[in-house]
Write a protein that binds this ligand. Sequence first.
Ligand code: FES
Ligand code: FES
Length: 162
Amino acid sequence: MITEKRVDIQVNGQACEITVPAWRTLLEVLRELGHKEVKCGCEKGDCGACAVLLDGKVVDSCLTLAWNAAGRSVTTVQGLGGPDNAHPLQTAFIEHGSAQCGYCTPGMIMAAKALLDDIPEPSLKDIKRGLSGNLCRCTGYTRIFSAIQAAAETLRQQETTS
Ligand code: FES
Ligand code: FES
């Protein structure tokens, strides 16, 4: 029985080839690769802190086996942008004070990215539904929802001017 194999995963556009046992989660592998921006909360699919995009769809990386990511593309919050090229969601989270301890923020932003890719003009209900797998102990959610609405507007403006 094969218990370990080499898998290649694209992480934020960079090819990574790693040998992993069958039981290792994508979350564990990403953090071992240095992607500490992917947070480990509950490790059972309850909190969404570990959310990343896998081929553009949001997944809880703690519930995804690394083997299932073989040959696929993973995007973490770091892959969206950074201080010099922030994504509108990242900018809006800062401007709206949507992070307090910040532990939920990477997962929140990735869930929001997937939502806005699907629904560019979301209602508040859409936003609540899109983030229903992500928990925040600090903010009370209102500022997070406002940031997502603002980012959606910015992205729509960018779309019309491009
Ligand atoms: S750490 Fe993955 S959902 Fe909580
Ligand atoms: S900002 Fe602390 S858990 Fe969300």
